[in-house]
Design a protein around this ligand. Sequence first.
Ligand code: NAD
Ligand code: MG
Length: 394
Amino acid sequence: MSEAVLHVTVLGSTGSIGKNTLDVMARHPGRYRVFALSARQDWQTLLQQCQQFQPVYAVLTDPQAAKPLQDALVTAKLPTEVLVGDDALVAIAEDARTDCVMAAIVGAAGLPSALAAARAGKRVLLANKESLVLAGALFMAAVRDHGATLLPIDSEHNAIFQCMPAGYRAGMRAAHVEKILLTASGGPFRGCSGADLVAVTPEQACKHPKWSMGRKISVDSATLMNKGLEIIEACWLFDMPESAIEVLVHPQSIVHSLVAYADGSVLAQLGQPDMRTPIAYGLAWPERIPAGVPALDLLAAGKLEFEAPDESVFPCLRLAREAFRAGGVAPVYLNAANEVAVAAFLDRQIGFMDIPALVEQALSAVPAVTQLSLETLLAADTEARQRVSAEVAG
Ligand code: NAD
Ligand code: MG
């Protein structure tokens, strides 16, 4: 191995993407070293990760969880220093000693640290799609202006990136790409009617047929809001209009997305539904490394099917397109309303079909904000959350 070791910060290391990232890194100990890890409050998992990877820093954003981690690290005679709070996330993302940042916090909470990594010119492995939904223009400008290397980790966007012309970098408009075909598994409720969905439970919504993921994105996959957020994510990453992003339901989740060129060629990336493939791609780009993923057996997979999404049952696709076209803080409202509604659904306070209803309602009252900075975007996020929370409580 000729290159230097890559020092990696994993934001959200105790989550589904975070654990998969550490799994891939552990397969290549000579190539990657963990610089810092972070979690909200799960200090036990963070402790295990500190034992295995001995990072310089471990960050907890919940101050209550910091003391037990600190004590356990001292007892275990581990050198890792514990930092606390949201500012510490930004600090480990922009630290001069880290080369690469995996942004794998869930929700809008992941924006400030992901943006800090971009502004510090890091190699940014972006799983936190919400960053681009909230702050696409700001984020892509930061990547460009600070020479960051942005590698999409969301499986569809990683697939699209892989199908782009040689030399392609995120944010560029690729010549002669006419369309992006974004695949969707369809989630656990594919083929259901609106009436079928009224009484579904969080357990049913989180039981994804193909992917094992955190609870928030699992519910987003069930409402198809995940695909809505991904349409917006694709517009920013690939500098394409929303009208050029077509959603195709593909229940087998083997074709991870496709790119249609002007000469009639359509390129696709195929693989097992295992996030370690896009994660390994991001870690090693422009090289390739083993990811621990079994080889794809197309004969065992059998059929690959494609169908149109049913937007009458799953209105979130339309809502996301409308929010993107409206611009300003409309996507912030879309995302905030969705986060509050999903949390309320997981908490059994509202029904499944109340999620799109609350998002639609929030989108009908978006204030006009023209100056889009991190501060104004976060203020809009807070305001939208307050309004939707009041709606849920009322
Ligand atoms: P998860 O819920 O499994 O993990 C979330 C991580 O973020 C945890 O480490 C948690 O401690 C941390 N976290 C949560 N709230 C926080 C807060 N307020 N402040 C700081 N840290 C916080 O989520 P996940 O499924 O790993 O998803 C992470 C991100 O990756 C999401 O944006 C999701 O959309 C995206 N993504 C996930 C998958 C997947 O397969 N899981 C695929 C594509 C994209
Ligand atoms: Mg995805």
